[in-house]
Design a protein around this ligand. Structure first.
Ligand SMILES: N[C@@H](CCC(=O)N[C@@H](CS)C(=O)NCC(=O)O)C(=O)O
Length: 206
């Protein structure tokens, strides 16, 4: 099998598993025990010098960063279905909210919970409150970021929100709650969650 995801169910790799299921491409999982520091072992660091999960190996190619993995899978294996074509104006919206997840949502949440003292004008993520308002606005008027059409941007953006809500880093209002319910209803999300749950059980984590 060509694709291998370096994975642990209590990591962002759980979201990459959802991206793989949406893309519908066969893959193997290589479990890395992040609770015992497996991500810092030479085999993992050789592929991801950050010593972190997720890491995707596709033949000779290595892709790290959860958002990049998802967008790569969409472009490579589900173009036109999960990612808008290069000349489709929707591509701008698709990229906008995909980048918003790691570059605004994640640091804004981290800043809030770690008490970082940063000047709003200098911080690329602005404030937590502005981030929440912008994110809610992106999904308040339509089921998905691109309107009626689900895309891999929802896996990246929605997966980030779901991850943060799950770890109680974001207190969801009705807009986020309804959006996450729509995402959870997707068969690929349910297949991924079933695999994550089975893996948690086999690792004795639940
Ligand atoms: N920027 C990375 C973050 C990856 C990350 O922080 N992964 C965590 C798990 S969710 C990890 O591997 N932590 C273990 C460590 O840093 O040692 C991405 O988006 O993929």
């Amino acid at each position: 099998m060509a694709l291998t995801l370096y994975y642990h169910p209590y990591s962002r790799a759980a979201g990459s598993l959802w991206a793989l299921e949406e893309a519908g491409v066969p893959y193997d999982l290589k479990v890395v025990d992040i609770m015992k520091g497996g991500q810092k072992q030479p085999e993992v660091v050789a592929k991801n010098p950050m010593g972190k999960l997720p890491t995707l190996v596709d033949g000779d190619l290595v892709v790290t960063e959860a958002a990049a993995i998802a967008l790569y899978l969409a472009d490579r294996y589900a173009a036109g279905r999960l990612s808008p074509a290069l000349d489709d104006p929707q591509r701008g919206t698709y990229l906008r909210w995909s980048f918003f997840a790691p570059s605004v949502i994640e640091p804004a949440v981290m800043a809030k919970h770690s008490g970082w003292q940063v000047k709003e004008v200098a911080a690329g993520w602005g404030t937590y409150e502005a981030m929440i308002a912008a994110a809610e606005g992106a999904i308040a008027k339509a089921p998905f970021l691109l309107g009626e059409q689900f895309s891999m941007a929802d896996v990246v953006f929605g997966g980030t929100l779901r991850f943060m809500i799950g770890f109680k880093q974001i207190e969801p209002g009705p807009v986020f709650t309804a959006y996450v319910e729509r995402l959870d209803a997707r068969p690929a999300a349910q297949r991924a969650e079933a695999k994550n749950a089975a893996m948690r059980k086999s690792l004795g984590l639940q």
